[in-house]
Design a protein around this ligand. Structure first.
Ligand code: ZN
Length: 578
């Protein structure tokens, strides 16, 4: 790391106005020094325009005030004279309680460098130092950024913004996996939180994933930063850490040994983000070789980096022994059901979904299920179809082997779609690689029922609910009543003229409190449903023909087939264990 480093002093200026004060010191500035704040944070594909929270930018060299010229929404230029250090000061408003930006109140602080640290153009490859100032009494700091002196030091700007910070009074625990220290930090947990159990379960997940990648550990320590909140869910992957947000009720509790669905979801999130340490942070789309912080970075490959990660996050919970096979099949069935309940799967391919994520997946609206498909959920199903195809081939292999081949061949670096297809062809033959390409670039449904049957898993359908028969998605609660959120394409609800935002007040003369099968007992058999709807202050009456259950997309049920042939049972054992 040659040359004096770029330095950021990050001060807790005022917790009540949620304000960080930042002083950036640039030794030997350029004559026309340009700085900018990123428009997005890697891993979350939406232009978030972090500069909108920045204010009061000033600059000086020694005691001399300099003029700061704004070039665009997130870029500034300062004309410097001589080589004296350029000092820039500004404030950042931090009240985004997600994993993607910055937050500060009297209880805790959190930030990503993309929200707080201006990028010094032309100096990105130099060392970047960071120090914290005026931390409230008793606050601690957690980050994976290497400590140096009184602060922290990153080798370059990419690294600086890839280590989030958690500040405050939090629970902290440590464990070892793969010979490397891991720590978990939990902010906002209830007093009944069972930290010992979370540590033990996370350790098993990490060891299983390290085994999966054949002990190729790409970091020298790892930190989980978990923010437990009333409502919220999500995670963001980083090179040696992850920032997570989850409902505090989902955390394990002392004296409650059962594993709730919420806890399984949290363990799946932990598994997902840790898997990303290999898949997307190192093995990554060729387009992400050098990140552009000012614009969208397009790739067609998120079905692989997010979808395949989503497949393995749950499969590896099973291999870790944290869930059993029937619970795993339930998770798989829920994902298959959600894909089949999305008409947009027939309109948008996975490659298109990846490319368009900046304006579609990350900007959902009432038409999203009709116009597109999630590269997470359908990508995970493609991974399943590919894994089963590899396992069922004449010369059996697995998706595990393909992932590790790719890791080795790319030396944990950028890959293109052709590299992925070549790795599949090598293990499963050219025809399978061609098949994968069609799954990813086409919109046809995947041959999962047949592939699962050959692996000793039975695919059936449940009876569809009333909302599913109508092609409606609704939100229901006592305050807002039954409110339509989505009307699915080519559905009975669409033919009836129902719209997103409609409140369903009644049906066939009866007050409607829930949209469930109980409603059908109020309606004469074979008759149309007549909904009383509130829309924009008007009351409307809309009639819907209810299709028969067999004509509707119904949820999937998966179970272990009792009388599977020996070959199918062997395959199932290799895939699901047991
Ligand atoms: Zn992910």
């Amino acid at each position: 790391m040659p040359g004096p480093s770029i330095n950021y002093r990050i001060e807790i200026a005022d917790v009540h106005s949620h304000s960080f004060a930042v002083t950036l010191t640039i030794p030997n500035p350029a004559a026309e020094q340009i700085v900018s704040l990123p428009a997005w944070i890697p891993g979350s594909y939406l232009l978030r325009e972090f500069a909108r929270q920045l204010s009061g930018l000033t600059a000086r060299q020694g005691s001399r005030e300099l003029t700061v010229e704004q070039l665009d929404k997130a870029t500034w230029r300062v004309a410097c004279s001589g080589r004296a250090a350029l000092c820039m000061s500004y404030r950042v408003h931090a009240f985004d309680n997600s994993v993607r930006a910055a937050f500060l109140d009297a209880q805790r602080g959190f930030f990503n460098g993309t929200s707080l640290c201006l990028r010094v153009h032309g100096r990105e490859q130099q060392a970047h130092a960071l120090e914290l100032a005026r931390l409230p009494l008793g606050w601690e700091v957690a980050t994976a950024m290497p400590a140096a002196g009184k602060g922290y030091l990153a080798a370059d700007y990419d690294e600086l913004v890839d280590h989030p910070f958690e500040l405050g009074n939090f629970w902290r625990g440590r464990f070892e996996a793969g010979g490397v220290e891991h720590q978990i930090v939990v902010a906002g947990a209830l007093p009944s939180f069972d930290g010992t159990r979370l540590l033990a379960d996370t350790q098993v997940i990490c060891k299983t994933l390290i085994d999966f990648w054949h002990d190729a550990l790409p970091f020298s320590s790892y930190t989980f930063l978990l923010n437990a909140v009333d409502e919220g869910y999500g995670g963001l992957e980083h090179r040696a850490s992850t920032a997570l947000i989850a409902p505090r009720r989902d955390l394990p509790r002392l004296g409650q040994p059962e594993t709730s669905d919420g806890y399984v979801r949290l363990l799946g999130l932990i598994s997902h983000e840790y898997f990303h340490s290999w898949n997307v942070k190192r093995l990554r789309p060729a387009e992400f070789s050098a990140l552009d912080y000012t614009h969208e970075n397009y790739t067609e490959l998120l079905w692989f980096f997010e979808g395949f990660t989503s497949y393995f996050d749950e499969l590896l919970l099973l291999r870790s022994g944290l869930i059993d096979r029937s619970r795993y099949l339930k998770l798989l069935a829920a994902n298959a059901s959600s894909v089949l309940a999305t008409p947009g799967r027939l309109r948008q391919s996975l490659a298109q979904s990846s490319f368009d994520t900046w304006v579609k997946y990350y900007r959902p609206d009432e038409n999203s299920p009709n116009s597109g498909i999630s590269y997470y959920s359908k990508g995970a199903l493609v991974a399943l179809a590919l894994d089963l195809s590899l396992r069922e081939a004449a010369k059996p292999s697995s998706l595990d082997a393909v992932m590790c081949d790719l890791w080795r061949r790319s030396a944990g670096g950028p890959v293109a779609e052709a590299d992925i297809l070549a790795a599949v062809a090598e293990r499963g033959g050219a025809a399978l690689a061609e098949q994968l390409s069609q799954w990813v670039h086409g919109t046809q449904d995947l041959p999962l029922p047949a592939l699962l049957e050959q692996a000793g898993v039975q695919w059936r359908h449940e009876r569809p609910s009333l909302a599913q028969r109508l092609g409606l998605r609704v939100s229901e609660n006592a305050l807002t009543g039954v409110r339509v959120t989505h009307v699915l394409a080519d559905s009975a609800a669409q033919a009836a003229g129902l719209c997103a935002g409609d409140e369903l007040l009644g049906c066939n003369g009866w007050r409607l409190r829930r949209l469930d099968d109980a409603l059908l007992s109020l309606v004469p058999p074979q008759s149309a449903l007549s909904f009383l709807v509130s829309r924009d202050q008007r009351l409307l009456s809309l009639a819907a023909e209810l299709p028969a259950p067999r004509d509707c997309q119904a949820p999937v049920l998966l179970s272990l087939a009792d009388k599977a042939p020996a070959r199918a049972q062997g395959l199932r054992r290799a895939w699901l264990g047991g």
